[in-house]
Design a protein around this ligand. Sequence first.
Ligand code: GDP
Ligand code: MG
Length: 437
Amino acid sequence: NLSDRLERSFKILKGEGKITEINVAETLKDVRRALLDADVNYKVAKTFTDTVKKKAMGMNVLTAVKPGQLMVKIVHDELTELMGGKAVGLKLEGRPAIILMSGLQGSGKTTFSGKLANMLKAKQRKNPLLVACDVYRPAAIEQLRVVGQTVGVPVYSEPDSKNVLDIAAHAISEAKAKGHDVVIIDTAGRLAVDEQMMDEIEALKNSVRPDETLFVVDSMTGQDAVNTAKEFNDRLDFDGVVLTKLDGDTRGGAALSIRTVVTKPIKFVGTGEKMEAVDVFHPERMADRILGMGDIVSLVERAQEQFDEKQAKELEKKIRRNQFDFNDFMNQIQQIKKMGNIKDLAAMIPGVGKAIKDVDIDDNAFKGIEAIINSMTPKERIHPEIINQSRRMRIAKGSGTNIQDVNRLLKQFDQTRKMMKMVAGTSNSKMMQMANA
Ligand code: GDP
Ligand code: MG
């Protein structure tokens, strides 16, 4: 799968301290292939990788993350940005506010109309009215009725009329009379774009002047979704996109393509047939899905947040002068702890997560160590060599540990110090390699 492939290509970057032209080119080739596999439009994928390249070049890699991981983060952030950054809500200013559905037959308009009515009612305390403007199939009105009943929202329909402009106008009058503050108009679709359907929905739009015209599209339709979106947008200049059937095994590349080609925000996603199966669109989550990289992004984010470059430089200086002491040791432990639960952290590393699931990693691993260091005097922390037998006994008592624990820590510290001195002559990146090995 994609995640494995990216990991493999990122391996090439391992050990490099900077992202360079050569290692980026290889990686981006894979990213582009991955996007195409996720059904992202060819041109969109090309533009995208070019942008990522520009951003990535020459970026310094923090010692806490590997260049490959940083690349994933850059790719992820750029995807998120392209898909609109933050979630965009509905504009509901009209009294009543009018929402018009558009899209091909089977895309999920009727289902989403019900989901939206349900959401507005439950979360925004609105009083919606559903309107049946799919007048060509007798079953369509019945379907909307069932949906309305399920979510407890009334449905306006005129089973004997074929005039959708009239039906919509009457429905809006009824909404005003009965105090409905939102009107959701469900419309007819065709299996493919056709002139009659386009004329009708365009006329309907011009007549009711909706606050929001939503284009509903089946995410499983891949590349076709882009062309359909473009044709609907050329006619309707819609306000937002609803991407349905994301519960299927689609990677969601259509989201990126549509967003890029029509530059309209994706506002909601449908994730099942049930009325609750709907979500506000989250660009970051969609980026995760397209990349299939899961939690590695949050790992890099946490590392970037916690990693203090200045502190690292100070530390390196101290190591070079063989001045690494227990205060530094404690600081390092705090750094690691700040990054979160050790097991959680390890679980984020692709390939490692599953392997360690059943392994017992002690989250309290540092507790005893911290207690021992806390029981040392400031002088002892800076000059551990003065810690003789009687001091050891005092420290053990003070920290609630025993003398063996104290001895073990002092020995470990001594070895760490020796090893650090040994590698202090080598470059930072080499040192990280050793530490990571
Ligand atoms: P319309 O022709 O545009 O009104 O589409 P419908 O609302 O009738 O939906 C067509 C089919 O897709 C129905 O069987 C729905 O149950 C199903 N459907 C709609 N949205 C979703 C979704 O998000 N996930 C899944 N799995 N099915 C959906
Ligand atoms: Mg329908």
